[in-house]
Design a protein around this ligand. Structure first.
Ligand SMILES: [Zn+2]
Length: 282
């Protein structure tokens, strides 16, 4: 697995994506998720520089699209604007060489989840067609969300991925934990998540996972805010043990406030567990 921060590492002196990529490498990490979460401000020239920096440093890039996306808005103009925002993030990500583009599809408002699902699916099909027509090497990654008011539980996220070729899940384990009011926090529960991925999407999906992992505070209404792992009740060591045991591959992006510190912690433990497993096999 590859490990990295959600955005430019906190300890980076100059706050640019290019400097962030070099810092990721210097820290001994492998990946970085570009944060287009307010808007896509990056121009094409910068995107080409980012691509070069990532290649030179051997850093795997992904991207997070703007938060202001809602495919269940009552206002058709806002749905269209959501589509355009996601496409804008997709196009600039393609130039950056960031294949995985993470986003939150919708809010339920007061609508039945099945209707919201249909609306989200219809919009994602339009975007997937556009990606294909433009020949972009992009994988849309709807994220499992942290609040029950947000579309995107595990079932919905996996179903979208099963229905549309260009879509695969971004599994945010902290969000699953918060959304379920504190469940999804044991070895068996983490395995059950992977088992559903395998059932719905096949073994190949476990070899190409995009994961978010950080500490989290939550209430009965789901996610409150992200925390550093040490301040949270999320049993990340057990999760890492499951990922090692199942031979899962892909990228783990850390959204803890301390970004790179927790990313490094996860990477260290993951490799310790992997070494241990290797020793017990021989
Ligand atoms: Zn997100």
């Amino acid at each position: 697995m590859l490990f990295g921060p959600a955005g430019v590492p906190v300890s980076t002196q100059k706050r640019s994506s290019v400097d962030g990529i070099a810092k990721v490498r210097a820290l001994g990490l492998d990946a970085m998720e570009l944060q287009f979460v307010r808007r896509v401000a990056m121009g094409e020239e910068c995107a080409h520089q980012v691509r070069r920096a990532a290649r030179e440093n051997g850093v795997r890039l992904s991207a997070h699209a703007p938060y202001y996306i809602n495919f269940n808005s009552k206002d058709p103009e806002k749905v269209k604007a959501s589509r355009e925002r996601l496409l804008k993030a997709v196009r600039i990500s393609a130039i950056c060489g960031a294949r995985n583009v993470v986003f939150h599809p919708a809010f339920y408002h007061d609508d039945p989840p099945s209707i919201v699902y249909e609306r989200a699916e219809a919009q994602l099909r339009l975007i997937a067609d556009q990606i294909r027509d433009e020949g972009l090497d992009i994988c849309l990654r709807p994220e499992t969300t942290g609040k029950p008011t947000q579309f995107g539980d595990l079932g919905e996220t996996l179903q979208l991925s099963a229905e549309i070729d260009a879509v695969s899940p971004c599994i945010d384990f902290a969000h699953l934990h918060a959304r379920s009011g504190g469940a999804i926090n044991t070895y068996a529960e983490f395995e059950a998540v992977l088992d559903r991925v395998r059932q719905l999407l096949g073994e190949g999906a476990l070899q190409d996972m995009h994961i978010h992992l950080q500490g989290i505070a939550y209430t009965g209404a789901g996610e409150r805010k992200h925390l550093n792992l040490a301040a949270s009740d999320l049993r990340y060591e057990e999760l890492l043990q499951v990922l090692v045991g199942w031979g899962v591959r892909g990228t783990i992006i850390c959204e803890s406030p301390n970004l790179e510190e927790d990313a490094l912690l996860l990477k260290r433990i993951y490799h310790l567990l992997g070494d241990k497993q290797g020793e017990s096999r021989t």
